[in-house]
Design a protein around this ligand. Sequence first.
Ligand code: C2E
Ligand code: MG
Ligand code: MG
Length: 411
Amino acid sequence: MQVAIDHAARHRQHVAVLFLDLDRFKHINDTLGHPIGDKLLKQVSQRLLANVRRTDTVSRRGGDEFVVLLSEVERLEVVTELAESLITILAAPYRIDQHELHLTVSIGISVYPEDADDPENLIKDADIAMYHAKESGRNNFRFFTADMNRKAQERLFLEDSLRRALDAGELSLLYQPQINLRTRTIVGAEALLRWYHPRQGFIPPGRFIPVAEDCGLIMAIGEWVLMEACRQAQAWREAGLPAIRMAVNFSPIQFRQQRVVGSIRHALDATGLAPELLELELTERVVMRNAESAAGRLRKLKDLGVRLAIDDFGTGYSSLSYLKQFPVDNLKIDQHFVRDIRTDPNDAAIASAIISMGHSLRLGIIAEGVEDQDALRFLAEQHCDDVQGNFLSKPVTGEQLAGMLRGDGAG
Ligand code: C2E
Ligand code: MG
Ligand code: MG
């Protein structure tokens, strides 16, 4: 690479680095065995070699990652054309023993001197671009951009700070009341995670939770949230306040882990909270993907005696027949439908359809994101059970919520 860069510098040319990663190669290894995987890798490298110029270099970095170095590039269109043709060429079926295998590839591209001027950073940039190609659905290529670099750095920064945040006590929970429309009392609260970074200030969960999910930290964070929410709920009980359910958001990653049942039981045992006061919120997408295995997992959670809610309902693809079989207690209408209820007749229609369908399946309905009186009135007319939203109360501290439950005006 260094030779190619020096040469390009003298002749005012470009050098391109193509970082290739085979899509779902692990699946082939896992299902057909490593000897087949090895043969496939050999065939991939033969196809790569047969389709680049003699002056280019093909290398394998390990696993299913290949790097192709294009030297003496005059026009960048050549790079695009090559990336396109490699994608097509690698997609043709592979014959290995008695198998016919199909494969796609994701390619990230960096260019000297535009993106970087040393081998190490060119590879790093191409790797970042490859990650974006994967993210946008695999089987395609992406050129590195400065914006990708910014995102990658932010990710690293968040991951790094998040590792410390838990121990440093930077995480906290706020609780947003859920109000029953019939009794007009608080019947529940949703625990919402807050992170105040010592220098950056408030970082919203929408920004750091995906990072925590990616790097595995979500397990430790999720366990902390669970424990803290149960502790708070039990503290309200012990202060003699009315029993309300505590809703805790559950990441798909947590839901997939075996040990999740154990950690919920542990949180309940350690705090003494009655299981029926804990409600786990799972998003529709998580539950409906692999609905068969999800049903078994939901059953195990339900056997603990806790309540289950489907969050952001209406945004995924729900199978109504599964919904009927799942041991779910509540549906939460996604706030996008609630927000525009009075201006968008379609959203109003969807919200009222969810309410009546949920009721026929004997499910409770919670509307979240209630922002004004009109939405509240509409939901009451449609016999929605519970409501949650800034119009009623923003998320508040545990102490403030206790004040609301006492009705002493502290909240
Ligand atoms: P979610 O579970 O759908 O939570 C509801 C979000 O809507 C919260 O945002 C809440 O503050 C916001 N909200 C409530 N009422 C209104 C309203 O009237 N108007 C508007 N515009 N927004 C309202 P937040 O706290 O930023 O949380 C965002 C998402 O982050 C949550 O969506 C949830 O998916 C996730 N999250 C939060 N805490 C946790 C956690 O402890 N664990 C996990 N895994 N995810 C969490
Ligand atoms: Mg939620
Ligand atoms: Mg929601």
